[in-house]
Design a binder for this molecule. Structure first.
Ligand SMILES: Nc1nc2c(ncn2[C@@H]2O[C@H](COP(=O)(O)OP(=O)(O)OP(=O)(O)O)[C@@H](O)[C@H]2O)c(=O)[nH]1
Ligand SMILES: [Mg+2]
Length: 448
């Protein structure tokens, strides 16, 4: 009986999810599915959310990465988005014609569409519509290989889907209106509520599973901390050359292909620096402009690794004419992840194919991960930074001074705390700024 009910629930749930995914259609099945790309450069949008030529060119690469082909591009300039259809009515007709002439079954928007705009455009264009977030989620879903990656992508997909369910059923809900008397509400609302409940349950289950992943990671981290091995994390725009650099530095053999979001999962390898000093180098997911916020929050377990880095290596593809903007996008994400105080070395990569003047910023190095040029200098600068960087310490804080613990927690310096008979044993990672605060609490056993 119970089994039968579960089966029925699962069956109807599957159907719901399948239908719901149909309009965001997160998979491009045909290897060369043809697409028209549409961008809106509305001045009323925040700068980061506007489309422009560069962002459309990147969108075209994203479509390619997902297995499609961009055959035409439309960039509309108007003061603000049309609330109903995002682009103007005339443009909708123009896009429709372009789709027909070019035999395209897919329209991809460079900006983020609201759920109702998404629905209106799907209906009026009569083809599958994706926005930039939906496309990136699709690529992530294709690329996620580890359990952690898959959990994170699934969570992001559901979070993307949840508000869009309203759009799906709103035509039914609006028949009765929110103020309709109890008992007269239409089936749409009931359906919507049960879909939402199911998705919320799934989201909460995924969050629990990810919490477990984070717990395991924290244990691994503690082991690393006990061994006092410094951690260096590679960050950078997608396709900048992070994985190639990790391979070159450590002999790892991870995939490094010329495509966006080649890497989603964190790989960590040991690197032996001059003076027999070991460090761990981690490569992880690349950044991109307008990265869907669901993904950033869903990838918390992965991105959290960055929080514990002693040094960040910001890899920049200097041969890309857009490198300044790309680096800025990464800097902003680094700041939003509260990593702005972690020592960071800017690594200008691909200098073998850049023939202009190389940037000469202090705290930077020019290399080619491909030819190996500049790697000696990179290792030297890295060692210097590690020397001057954060320290990992174990403190013993008396119970009378828990305010210190609070400060450490607020500053993001506290790794763990154990309440022992002798006082609070706190593991911390601190920079120079907090040194004065903790100096007098240094435990005898810096190691456990
Ligand atoms: N010419 C040249 N190509 C490079 C260099 N470093 C990386 N590449 C190429 O750039 C492409 C992307 O390199 P990846 O190492 O996969 O880049 P990534 O930053 O890991 O990219 P994602 O995982 O997608 O974020 C590959 O085709 C590399 O061969 C370099 O120094 N010179
Ligand atoms: Mg990579």
């Amino acid at each position: 009986m119970v089994q039968c009910t579960i089966h029925t629930i699962l069956h109807s749930t599957h159907k719901i999810i399948w239908e719901a995914f149909e309009f965001m259609e997160s998979h491009i099945e045909n290897p060369r599915e043809r697409a028209v790309l549409i961008g809106l450069a509305a001045k009323s949008l925040p700068e980061r959310e506007r489309s422009d030529e560069a962002s459309l060119a990147e969108l075209s690469e994203l479509v390619e990465t997902a297995g499609g082909q961009a055959v035409a591009t439309v960039l509309q300039n108007r003061q603000s988005p049309e609330p109903r259809s995002f682009i103007g009515e005339g443009k909708v007709q123009e896009v429709k014609q372009l789709l027909e002439v070019n035999e395209c079954a897919l329209a991809v928007f460079d900006n983020e569409l609201s759920p109702s705009q998404h629905r209106v455009l799907s209906e009026e264009l009569g083809v599958k519509v994706l926005d930039r977030s939906g496309l990136i989620l699709d690529i992530f879903a294709q690329r996620a290989h580890t359990r952690e990656g898959q959990l994170q992508v699934e969570l992001a997909q559901y979070e993307y889907l949840l508000p869009r369910l309203t759009g799906m059923w709103s035509h039914l809900v609006s028949q009765t209106g929110t103020g309709a008397p109890i008992g007269t509400r239409g089936p749409g609302e009931t359906q919507l509520e049960s879909d939402r409940r199911h998705i919320r349950r799934r989201i909460s289950k995924l969050r629990d599973e990810l919490e477990e992943v984070r717990r395991i990671r924290a244990t691994q981290r503690q082991k690393r901390e006990r061994n006092a091995v410094p951690v260096v994390c590679l960050v950078g725009y997608t396709n900048a050359g992070k994985s190639t650099l990790l391979n070159r530095l450590t002999g790892a053999e991870i995939s490094a292909q010329d495509r966006l979001f080649d890497t989603l999962d964190t790989t960590t390898r040991k690197l032996c620096l001059e003076g027999a000093r070991d460090v761990l180098v981690s490569d992880t997911v690349g950044f991109i402009r307008k990265l869907p916020h669901h993904l950033i929050s869903a990838f918390r377990a992965t991105l959290e690794e960055l929080t514990f880095a002693d040094v960040l290596l910001h890899v920049i593809d200097v041969s890309n004419p857009d490198w300044t903007e790309q680096a800025q996008v990464v800097d902003e994400l680094v700041t939003s992840l509260k990593l702005a105080t972690t020592p960071c070395l800017r690594v200008f990569n691909k200098c073998d194919r850049y023939f202009g003047e190389l940037p000469r910023e202090s705290g930077s190095v020019c290399i080619s991960a491909k030819t190996g040029e500049g790697l000696g200098e990179l290792a030297e600068k890295l060692a210097e930074l590690l020397e001057s960087g954060k320290k990992r310490l174990t403190l013993l804080i008396p119970y009378a001074q828990t305010a210190v613990l609070e400060t450490l927690r607020r500053e993001g310096a506290l790794v763990s705390s154990d309440y022992t008979d002798a006082g609070i044993k706190a593991r911390v990672v601190i920079g120079e700024r907090l040194w004065g605060l903790v100096r007098s609490f240094m435990a005898d056993d810096g190691d456990e």
